[in-house]
Design a protein around this ligand. Sequence first.
Ligand code: PLP
Length: 375
Amino acid sequence: MIQQANPGAGYLELKPEIDAAVARALSSGWYILGGEGRAFEAEFAAWLGTTHAIGCGNGTDALVLALRALGVGPGQSVVTVSHTAVATVAAIEMAGATPVLIDIDPVHYTMDPGELAEVLANPPSGLAPIGAIIAVHLYGQACDMPAISALAARYGIPVIEDCSQAHGATLGGRKLGTLTAISCFSLYPTKNLGALGDGGVVATSDAVLAEKVAALRQYGWKTHYISEFEGVNSRLDEIQAAILRVKLTHLDAHNARRQHIARQYDTALAGGLIRPPALRAGAEHVFHQYVVRVTGRAELQARLRAAGIATGIHYPVPVHLQPAYAGRVAMGPAACAETARAASEVMSLPMYPQLTDAQVEQVCEGLVACLSPAV
Ligand SMILES: *Cc1c(COP(=O)(O)O)cnc(C)c1O
């Protein structure tokens, strides 16, 4: 069976380098916030093009830390999309703020700036003042940042980029995560840059925000044992940092391999019933996921599975329809109609850099066979 994602293959490819890095971290005698973490933060910031990167426990925490560093919390709301990992919305509530979920543009699956404009001009009645917007770059491709940033600037509202699926993607030649004052990355094992455990990063070129995030992630300490404000414990450990330093040196090549695989899938789908993912003009897509839209999804998934090809769904139940949020979470005027439609039709093909050419070929042949009319 060809897996849809395969973090184990990511480890095996780099096993000697990763094992050596882990041994180095273990032998150092220092396991939390030490030299490996500092080196990873400096190397990640240099790779991204920000002056600061602050490691933390996971991508959800990265969003919480960014919101809190911006002063967003109780008594404020935060606008984001329902078509995202639940983590984006969970982070808003962890920070004490109220999420407002708006719909997507059904072509790129990212925030609909038209609806953002409506919500900013006419906020849903009873809504707490909007303190931030979280722009999610989904599947490896930028959302419409020029439109979102222009609206945010008009209303004086900060934007946080959620780059958890877009490490290395660009828009207008600029890396995502550098387009706003502060951005967040998950380093979950299946992400384009993945730890072998949990991890996250907050990136910024604002020294004040960086200092705030660095203190918040460790009990509000600026100096040891003195909590200047109420912080949390959300640290990136030395073993994960050592592993991430190895993986960071391969990230650009891994993204290029994902793009190569995507082009093979595009070719296999050309002229058929399923359209390849739409590419946004001026954007470089790093294919965290290769997502197509199908009707009769369950049947197609079963046929592909029978051909030895696993597929995924990102995400089968949108946040506004999840038991934890349904009926109580605020939405924009579109009531996330396109989101619900997309959730019932999206399907993710196998996508990870270690897929062999033969496996990619098998997926392409499987697709063509499963999509041709049954005889
Ligand atoms: C993975 C992901 C997160 C959360 O990351 P964790 O490290 O699992 O907490 C947040 N936002 C998006 C868009 C994600 O894909």
